[in-house]
Design a protein around this ligand. Structure first.
Ligand code: AP5
Ligand code: ZN
Length: 217
């Protein structure tokens, strides 16, 4: 099973990816988490990505496509994977199609811009695993501490209001076109992916139940 999670920053892609990953035992491939790991390790890719990410822009298609191709060739992807934050441009989606990577489901999570700005200021994350929390909507058992490892949670550098607005603008300019791209693909016959859209302003558990039900259908 291969699933694409599509939606603006803060829609809940990472949150729902974790539920789907547990349910189907397939890995979450978050290009954002991979880039943040590269920054932390100080690799060449990380150095190239850091400024772009903190400005709310997109890392180049070539770099991202190579990163994803390497990732999906790993053995843990043999039964499928969840693409979280990829593809983000038409050329990225086209590269996936050209590589004959079959997509079974596209899950769009929709949340209005103003709600996102409010939501992201309360996000906390465990850097090592990418596990996501929210101070009100999904708090850790102990404030500021990851439930699983006991390590400290961080606030992402790009979760400042000005950067969130830039990320939203980038989403509308470069990523939203993928909604039409995959809705069209969904009408293309037998091996076409199913396309489902969810209201991401509902509670985390409500979205989870609806997404998991749709994936079974
Ligand atoms: P990335 O890490 O992918 O960030 P993003 O797309 O901006 O998405 P987020 O991770 O901010 O949000 P999310 O939808 O995962 O929401 P979450 O579940 O965390 O990318 C970062 C940067 O890397 C990009 O800006 C770009 O520069 C670069 N990049 C990455 N991929 C790239 C690519 N393919 N091409 C080029 N550049 C790329 O939830 C958010 C918060 O809300 C959490 O606190 C959560 O607890 C809470 N929450 C979740 N659901 C709900 C709910 N239903 N109700 C209330 N609260 C909720
Ligand atoms: Zn995310």
């Amino acid at each position: 099973m291969r699933i694409i999670l599509l939606g603006p920053p803060g829609a809940g892609k990472g949150t729902q990816a974790q539920f789907i990953s547990q349910e189907y035992d397939i890995p979450q491939i978050s290009t954002g988490d991979m880039l943040r790991a590269a920054i932390k390790e100080g690799t060449e890719l990380g150095m190239q990505a850091q400024g772009i990410m903190n400005a709310g822009g997109l890392v180049s298609d070539d770099l991202i496509i190579n990163l994803v191709k390497e990732r999906i060739a790993k053995p843990d992807c043999v039964n499928g994977c969840i693409f979280d934050g990829f593809p983000r441009t038409i050329p990225q989606a086209q590269a996936l199609a050209d590589a004959d990577v079959t997509i079974n489901h596209v899950v769009e999570i929709s949340v209005p811009d103003d709600e996102i700005v409010k939501r992201l200021s309360g996000r906390r994350q465990h850097a090592g695993s990418g596990r996501v929390y929210h101070i009100d909507h999904n708090p850790p058992k102990v404030e500021g501490i990851d439930d699983v490892t006991g390590e400290a949670l961080i606030q992402r550098e790009d979760d400042q209001e000005a950067t969130i607005r830039e990320r939203l603008a980038t989403y509308h300019q470069q990523t939203e076109a993928l909604v039409g791209f995959y809705q069209d693909k969904a009408t293309e016959g037998e091996n076409a992916p199913a396309y489902n859209k969810f209201d991401g302003t509902q509670g985390i558990d409500d979205v989870k139940q609806q997404v998991l039900t749709a994936l079974k259908g």
